[in-house]
Each structure stands twice: as structure tokens, then as C-alpha cells.
Design a protein around this ligand. Structure first.
Ligand code: G4P
Length: 528
């Protein structure tokens, strides 16, 4: 067992979030380089010149330069075993980000120093806060003209509602970027862009060293001394407990592209984060070091590889050790199963694995039995992890196949894509699948749906936007939706599990329904 405990102690599992283009891919790549997991930059997910033809629908990512899916990468560094969960940068996919965050023990937020907190980062961040996990900030692109660092911190605090603690402080930016001052070590790490190669060498000098005037110039030396004095006097105290509960974010300045500040960031980050945290279940908290294996499904993805037409369920292992071929209990399915083809994903490569530990993410072949949020555990130690709530969709479309002969394929495709959690499908209350209403959290998801139906299922569709903006689940089991008094523009629908819902065009109509139907209970989430 000692071995298992040691393995789990080494695990660090985090999600990386950012607005598109802030430098998430570049930073991830540099982490992997340090871990020796890749030999050359540019191999993770070159968006515009990818050699990894992963799956066709990733074409959307390439065309639009955004990442639609999240992937998982594992690497080793200085005795740690690190799992990085990549998340889609676009706010339309924030539900996917949320699910990915469910599988993480901390988050790294990458911000472009010239742009600051962008609207999309704001939304992703709110999703992050729901999880109460530590959030680390990497302010990237300091080799370009950046905004004033005090303003950047102020903006993070104002817009995101989290306190900040700068771990290092930049000296100049853009052409004048000279490096950073490490506030704990009280020393300077100098940035030296060498020739056109954009490589970096770092030298360490103390703040009061006379050589500093020479190294960064008298003016920047003075600014730095003033900034540090101000920071030491006015910034929040370093407090690990506040960091642990997402109330204080350690902030690092650097430049992923030129490799500056990445390694110090990784080192501090690893020290400040903890091994896998305990998780809530219906039997109380389950400790990661518990000897019994347990995991939950946080993501399902079909057709990642068109040649195989497979469906993979991603599991976050929450306790114990996983061994290939072991028999586990699927709580929601109510039976014992063997997990076939357990695999780990390294960038876009897959590798069959023999064992994995709490903190790790593995992909298993899914014959169509898993749903998001499902728990897997040992047959002699049964419990269910807390479910993952479904976000209320905000956009609705009526969709039909352009060719009525393709109806079967159309139903199969939309149902499978809905099972992955990318979209939600509904039908008019009491009707069959002759009319399909699709709800999505972000409008871009309709584009992905259309693209995937065409490419993976060979079905062209017609989409008709619907005027609804709000969806509510009817909580009262006994109420017959047809007996409800509703405004004529309110629609009665049901989801795939037969749960009854209402679609409203405005907030006003929701209130009208509540006022005219005594005892009616409506909720914004489906509780699984
Ligand atoms: P993302 O995953 O968050 O969307 O961002 P990504 O890493 O793809 O970076 C977006 C762009 O910003 C890329 O340039 C990348 O090279 C650049 N970049 C990342 N980090 C830094 C940095 O520290 N300094 C500077 N100056 N640039 C940085 P691109 O031209 O859009 O793409 P590419 O053609 O270089 O791949």
C-alpha cells in the first residue's frame, strides 16, 4: 500500500483556463517540455499548422482558431506526476469547462498582459469559483507591451472578485522587459532575449546589488524599488488558507513564448498545491488515499477518431488505484463491469495503461452505458459522488433533417451528441421525436452540432431559431403540465428522461406562471 500512497502524493491535477489567444497552448507546451514529455515546441496542438489530424470535427477548431474540446495530458517533473486538463477557451463552451473543473484540484488562469481580464475569462472564472479550488494566475506576454501591472491586478480583483498576491513583479515590458523580481526569494531573475532565437538565460541578483543599475537601467531600478515598497505596504498578505479556498490568487508575470518565468511558476505552483483532495459523496467525504478505487465520469466524447467510431468516457480517479482488467461497480447502471481499453491521453496520442492512481484521468471505452456524473467504485464499497449539475441552456432551435429519409441517422446523431453533454435535446410534452428542440448554453454549439451531424452521420439539417430565453424544470411530480395556466407563448416540453419543463420567452412569463399556478415549483437546474 505504501507504493499507492506514494504515487497519490505525487499527483497534481489542474485545469488550465484562458480567453482564446492568451497563450494557454504555449504555456502547456512549455510545461510538457520541462517534463520531457515532448521534445519540440509546436507539437501539442499547432492550431494553424497541425500535423495531428485528430478527428474531422476538430476542423472547426482549426478554422476558427478556438478549442472546442478539452484534452488531458500527463507528465512527470521533479518527482511530481502532473495531469493537465485543457479547457475550451470560448465562453460558449463554459459548461464543458465547468465539467473539466470538476475533475481538477486547482486551476491556472492565463491572462494576456496587454488585454487584461476579457469578458470570456470573466465567465469562465465564475464557473471556476463555483468549485472552491485554488486559482493561480499567469500574466503572459510580458515580452510585449503590457498594461500597468497594478492596473492588471486591480482589474482581476474588481472583475473577478478574488484577492491577488503577486509572487513576482515585472521589470518593464515589451522591448524594455528586463525580468522579474521574486518577492519571496528577494532576488531578480533577468530576461535576456538572445539574438533572434528568443531563448532566455536567467541570472540572479539581489535588489540592492549595485550591478542592477547596469542590468536594468537606473530608471527601471528606481521604479522597481518604488513598486516593491508599495506592494509590501499595500498588497494582501500571503495566506495559504485563502489560496486553498479561491479567495486569494497567487499571480506570476512571465512570457510563455520566450520561456521566461515558466519554470519558477511551475515550481511554486507545485509547492502550493496539494495532492488529490477528498470528494463529497452520499456516504460522506471519500479520501483520495482510501485503498478502494473510485472514479466519476466527467466527460464523454464520441468519434474522437473517425476511423474507430468509438466513444470514450473520461474518468477522474478519486481514490485508490486502478488496475487494468479490474472489475468495478457502476452505480448508476447497477452492475459490475470491466473497464475495457483503459487509456491515458498524451496530447493527442493514446496509450493503453496498466495502472493509474487517484488524481489521474483515464479514458475508457464506453459502449453507451455511461452518463456524465456517473460513479464507479468497488463492489464491496458502494457510494455515489455528488452529481454534476446541468447548465440551463439559453439558446433554442427547432431542428429537422433536410432529407426526411435520413430521420433514423438524425435521431441517432442528435441523441449521441446530446449524451456527450454538448447540447440538450427536448421534445414537445407528450409527443415523440418528430420535433426536436435543441438547447445550448452557447450559440456556437449549434455550429458544432450541424458540422458533426454532417461529417459523422452524413445528415444535413435545417435549424429554426426559437424565441425562448429561459428554461425551467417543473419540480412538482404530481402536476400535469397540460393543466397549468400559462401565457400562450410558453411551451411545454420534456427531456430525454421524461422530465417535464417549460420554455419561456421572458422573465415576466415565468412570474406570470408562478402567480397563476399555486404551489408550482420551477428550478433552473436538472439535478441529475
Ligand atoms: P491559446 O491556446 O490561449 O489560444 O493561445 P496560444 O498559446 O495559441 O497563443 C496565442 C498566440 O500568442 C500565438 O501566436 C502564440 O505564439 C502567442 N504567444 C503565446 N505566449 C506568448 C508570449 O509570451 N509572448 C508573445 N509575444 N506571444 C505569445 P499566433 O501568432 O497566434 O500563433 P502561432 O502561429 O505562433 O502558433
Amino acid at each position: 500500500m505504501a507504493n499507492m500512497t506514494e504515487e497519490i502524493k505525487q499527483r497534481r491535477t489542474f485545469a488550465i483556463i484562458s480567453h482564446p489567444d492568451a497563450g494557454k497552448t504555449t504555456l502547456t507546451e512549455k510545461f510538457l517540455l520541462y517534463g520531457g514529455a515532448i521534445q519540440l515546441a509546436g507539437t501539442v496542438k499547432g492550431k494553424k499548422h497541425s500535423k495531428h489530424a485528430v478527428s474531422d470535427w476538430m476542423e472547426i477548431e482549426k478554422q476558427r482558431g478556438i478549442s472546442v474540446t478539452s484534452s488531458v495530458m500527463q507528465f512527470h517533473y521533479e518527482g511530481y506526476c502532473i495531469n493537465i486538463l485543457d479547457t475550451p477557451g470560448h465562453e460558449d463552451f463554459s459548461e464543458d469547462t465547468y465539467r473539466t473543473l470538476m475533475a481538477a484540484d486547482s486551476a491556472v488562469m492565463v491572462i494576456d498582459a496587454s488585454k487584461g481580464v476579457e469578458r470570456q475569462t470573466e465567465k469562465l472564472f465564475k464557473v471556476c469559483l463555483l468549485r472552491d479550488i485554488p486559482i493561480f494566475t499567469f500574466i503572459n506576454k510580458m515580452d510585449r507591451e503590457s498594461r500597468n501591472p497594478f492596473d492588471l491586478l486591480d482589474e482581476i480583483e474588481q472583475k473577478l472578485g478574488i484577492k491577488t498576491y503577486p509572487m513576482n513583479w515585472p521589470i518593464g515590458s515589451g522591448r524594455d522587459f528586463k525580468g522579474v523580481y521574486d518577492r519571496h526569494k528577494k532576488e531578480i531573475i533577468a530576461f535576456e532575449a538572445t539574438g533572434g532565437a528568443r531563448e532566455v538565460a536567467s541570472t540572479q541578483v539581489e535588489l540592492n546589488d549595485a550591478r542592477l543599475d547596469e542590468l536594468i537601467g537606473t530608471e527601471l531600478h528606481q521604479t522597481l524599488a518604488d513598486d516593491i515598497e508599495l506592494l509590501d505596504g499595500a498588497s494582501y498578505e500571503f495566506d495559504e488558507n485563502l489560496i486553498r479556498h479561491a479567495q486569494l490568487s497567487p499571480v506570476f508575470f512571465g512570457s510563455a513564448l520566450t520561456n521566461f518565468g515558466v519554470e519558477p511558476f511551475l515550481e511554486s505552483f507545485l509547492k502550493l498545491t496539494s495532492p488529490p483532495l477528498p470528494r463529497k459523496s452520499d456516504q460522506g467525504e471519500i479520501d483520495a488515499f482510501d485503498k478502494d478505487f473510485s472514479a466519476f465520469v466527467f466527460k464523454i466524447q464520441a468519434n474522437m477518431n473517425k476511423a474507430h467510431r468509438d466513444r470514450i468516457a473520461f474518468l477522474r480517479i478519486c481514490s485508490g488505484q486502478f488496475q487494468k482488467g479490474m472489475e468495478v461497480y457502476h452505480m448508476q447502471g447497477g452492475k459490475k463491469i470491466k473497464l475495457s481499453q483503459p487509456q491515458q491521453l498524451m496530447a493527442q496520442e493514446r496509450e493503453i495503461i496498466n495502472e493509474a492512481y487517484a488524481g489521474d484521468i483515464i479514458g475508457v471505452f464506453d459502449p453507451g452505458i455511461f452518463s456524465i456524473g456517473d460513479t464507479l467504485c468497488m463492489p464491496n464499497h458502494k457510494f455515489c459522488y455528488e452529481g454534476i449539475p446541468t447548465f440551463a441552456p439559453e439558446h433554442f432551435m427547432r431542428i429537422t433533417p433536410a432529407d426526411t429519409m435520413k430521420r433514423k441517422q438524425f435521431i441517432k446523431g442528435t441523441t449521441q451528441i446530446a449524451n456527450e453533454g454538448a447540447i440538450q435535446i427536448f421534445q414537445p410534452y407528450g409527443a415523440g421525436m418528430e420535433e426536436v428542440i435543441v438547447g445550448a448554453v452557447g450559440a456556437l454549439q449549434f455550429e458544432v452540432l450541424e458540422y458533426r451531424l454532417k461529417n459523422e452521420y452524413n445528415v444535413d439539417i435545417r435549424m429554426e431559431p426559437l424565441p425562448y430565453q429561459h428554461i425551467r424544470w417543473i419540480d412538482n411530480e404530481e402536476i400535469d403540465p397540460n393543466a397549468l395556466k400559462l401565457t400562450s407563448d410558453t411551451k411545454r416540453i420534456q427531456d430525454v428522461r421524461g422530465k417535464r419543463l417549460l420554455l419561456f420567452v421572458s422573465e415576466w412569463n415565468i412570474n406570470w406562471a408562478l402567480e397563476h399556478n399555486e404551489g408550482l415549483k420551477l428550478s433552473e437546474f436538472s439535478r441529475g
